[in-house]
Design a protein around this ligand. Structure first.
Ligand SMILES: Cc1cc2nc3c(=O)[nH]c(=O)nc-3n(C[C@H](O)[C@H](O)[C@H](O)COP(=O)(O)OP(=O)(O)OC[C@H]3O[C@@H](n4cnc5c(N)ncnc54)[C@H](O)[C@@H]3O)c2cc1C
Length: 383
């Protein structure tokens, strides 16, 4: 088993880090306001500034044409050290980090090319007011008409719906169509739906939304899963996106620790840098150890997936551990800073708010523990 990055992967990390520090940090901290949801114009302007940098717009592909998932993790981690919202908006700002377009057939890919054009992003509408950890009871309805389909219902916690080119919407079909769940692509340029922003604790640069569909007509080709289980297809996409969350948590934790180390060396009390006190060093040591443990879990889960293993338990271990670790490390970074750590003058408070947002989407910590338990015992707690 090889637990070190290859020279190529180390070189890739250097390139992404240099790009993130030189290009992304000034954009996120000086030129754009990341304290409120970015608009479509902001995204277009950011994309213009970013797309001239090759490392930002080309996915890490190996010479044999396969995606290097380890490098993808490195990319998300390094970008998230600057601001996790950049990684969350990755499909619009960089390259497809996870790909809804894979659901489309050739004809649909032509029709909806504008929805997946560079700079665009598509939201995922799975959760609803009464549908969270258990997505099997989706209530948003779709009924067939002579000319297509009509959608009625409400989606909740839909990320970046204010700027999305479309919403991938999980709907329940009418009984006469089998009553199953199917996925529909609702195109913002041709369909109307209401979007309400729900202000949240962190991730301030992206909107978390409620989306309401009222007699929303879509054409026949909007159905992306006519012959398969739409819920299964949606959950496969969530699985792709889950790795991003794991690496976002590692990136934000690393940023929090870097800040704490730097402050511990500068801040003096009792005539000495606080970093020389054993209890402060103990906190820093715990932060570094937990970040490294999360990294090992995450990159190992990636390697297993690359080797063709579903690695269900390992992915759940990485998601549950890394996201909870992000909260602990960011909180300890505040402790190292004392009072200033609680203020908007110090990035540590943003790191804690952002890290706290990651334990819930794409399966809460509790749900991932149940997945691990199921893999260990063969017994499901879900039914
Ligand atoms: C920042 C953010 C972005 C999101 N983006 C999207 C998005 O783009 N698209 C989308 O469709 N959804 C999105 N979501 C929704 C997310 O997927 C759900 O919040 C998540 O699945 C949990 O559902 P819930 O919030 O309704 O909590 P619930 O399922 O109601 O759970 C409430 C609590 O009960 C616990 N719980 C539930 N069932 C069990 C059980 N069997 N055993 C033990 N404990 C249990 C949970 O762990 C949690 O602590 C997002 C959420 C957040 C926070």
């Amino acid at each position: 088993m090889n637990l070190v990055f290859t020279d190529e992967q180390e070189e890739y990390r250097r390139q992404v880090r240099s790009f993130a520090e030189r290009v992304l940090r000034p954009l996120a901290e000086q030129q754009f306001d990341f304290t409120k949801p970015l608009s479509r114009d902001d995204i277009a302007a950011l994309r213009l500034a970013i797309e001239v940098h090759e490392v930002a717009t080309s996915a890490p592909i190996r010479p044999d044409g396969t995606l290097d998932r380890i490098c993808l993790g490195v990319f998300v981690e390094e970008v998230s050290r600057v601001n996790i919202c950049l990684a969350l908006l990755g499909n619009a700002l960089f390259f497809p980090l996870w790909n809804i377009r894979d659901l489309l057939d050739e004809e649909q890919a032509k029709i909806y090319a504008h929805v997946f054009a560079p700079g665009e992003i598509v939201s995922m509408g799975l959760s609803e007011p009464d549908v969270g950890s258990d997505p099997t009871h989706i209530q948003t309805k779709v009924r067939r008409t002579d000319t297509g389909w009509v959608i009625n219902g409400r989606k909740q916690w839909t990320s970046y719906a204010t700027i999305a080119a479309g919403i991938l919407t999980a709907c329940r079909k009418a009984d006469e169509d089998g009553g199953g769940i199917s996925l529909f692509l609702v195109d913002r340029t041709t369909q109307e739906y209401d979007v309400r922003v729900i202000p949240c604790l962190g991730m301030s640069a992206i909107s978390t939304c409620e989306v309401t569909f009222e007699e929303c007509w879509v054409p026949p080709e909007a159905e992306l899963t006519p012959d398969r289980d739409g819920l299964r297809a949606a959950l496969a996409l969530v699985e792709q996106a889950r790795f991003d969350i794991v690496f976002q948590a590692i990136g934000v934790a690393q940023a929090a620790m870097d800040l704490a180390v730097s402050y511990a060396k500068d801040r003096t009390q009792f005539g000495r840098p606080i970093g020389s006190f054993q209890l402060i060093q103990g906190m820093l040591a715990d932060m570094a150890t937990q970040i490294e443990a999360a990294r090992l879990l995450a990159y190992r889960a990636c390697s297993r997936v690359e080797a063709g293993d579903p690695a269900r338990a390992e992915i759940s271990m990485a998601k549950a551990y890394a996201t909870e670790m992000g909260v602990r490390v960011a909180s300890d970074a505040i402790a190292v800073h004392g009072a200033i750590g609680l203020t908007k003058e110090c990035a540590a408070e943003r790191y804690l708010r952002d890290a706290r947002m990651l334990t819930i989407p794409d399966g809460t910590t509790q749900i991932h523990k149940l997945v691990i338990g199921r893999e260990l015992t063969g017994l499901s707690a879900f039914r």
